[in-house]
Design a protein around this ligand. Structure first.
Ligand code: AP5
Length: 218
């Protein structure tokens, strides 16, 4: 199974991609997580990516595509994956088509998770992330057991640099300009289903899993 979760920042793609991957027995591939990893390691690529990420802009395609291609060449992706945060524009979508064609695979479904801008701003200002394991929390609706400490590994939680309101506004702008047009790109191929990102995380997971089944059965 090869799936894509599309949606604006804060729609819940990361949260749901982890759940969907577990359910389907496939891996979660997040270009945002991969980029944050190279940034943390202060590699040459990481230092370049950091400036774009902090400004809420897309990291240049060549850089992201190289990282993604390396990730998709790893053995654990062979049974399938959920892509989260990729593709982000038409060029990335076409490059993904090329990679899939070369490996003789196809996409099974693309799910667009929809929430309002107001919800996005509220969710991202209340998001805290664990720098060790990457788990995210919502301080208003699903906080950790102990204040600002990760339940899993007890690391103090952090606020992502790009969750500052002015950067969130830029990320939303970039989404509308570059990524949202991909909804039509996949809709034309009969691969797309739109789901509401509202409700509990469990409710959204059920909705997405149902949407995937429905697209696969088309
Ligand atoms: P990336 O990490 O991909 O960020 P994003 O797409 O902006 O999405 P987020 O991670 O902010 O949100 P999400 O939709 O995953 O929501 P989450 O589940 O965390 O990218 C970061 C940057 O990297 C980009 O700006 C760009 O610079 C660069 N980049 C990445 N990929 C790239 C690419 N392909 N090309 C070029 N550049 C790239 O949920 C958000 C919050 O809401 C959490 O606190 C969560 O707990 C909470 N929440 C989730 N679901 C619910 C619910 N149902 N109810 C209440 N709260 C909920």
């Amino acid at each position: 199974m090869r799936l894509i979760l599309l949606g604006p920042p804060g729609a819940g793609k990361g949260t749901q991609a982890v759940r969907l991957a577990e359910r389907e027995g496939i891996v979660h591939v997040s270009t945002g997580d991969i980029l944050r990893f190279v940034v943390a390691w202060k590699t040459e690529t990481g230092l370049e990516a950091k400036q774009y990420m902090e400004a809420g802009k897309l990291v240049p395609d060549e850089l992201v595509l190289e990282l993604l291609q390396r990730r998709l060449a790893q053995a654990d992706t062979q049974a399938g994956y959920v892509l989260d945060g990729f593709p982000r524009n038409r060029h990335q979508a076409e490059e993904l088509d090329r990679i899939l064609e070369e490996t003789g695979h196809g996409l099974d479904a693309v799910v667009a998770v929809e929430v309002s801008d107001e919800t996005i701003v509220a969710r991202l200002s209340a998001r805290r992330s664990c720098p060790t394991c990457g788990r995210t929390y919502q301080m208003t609706t699903s906080p950790p057991r102990e204040d600002a400490i990760c339940d899993r590994d007890r690391t103090p939680l952090e606020i992502r640099d790009d969750d500052r309101p002015e950067v969130v506004r830029e990320r939303l702008h970039v989404f509308r300009e570059s990524t949202e047009p991909l909804i039509a790109y996949y809709e034309e191929r009969g691969l797309l289903s739109r789901v509401s990102g509202y409700g509990t995380m469990d409710e959204v997971t059920e909705r997405i899993a149902g949407a995937v089944k429905e697209v696969v059965a088309r």
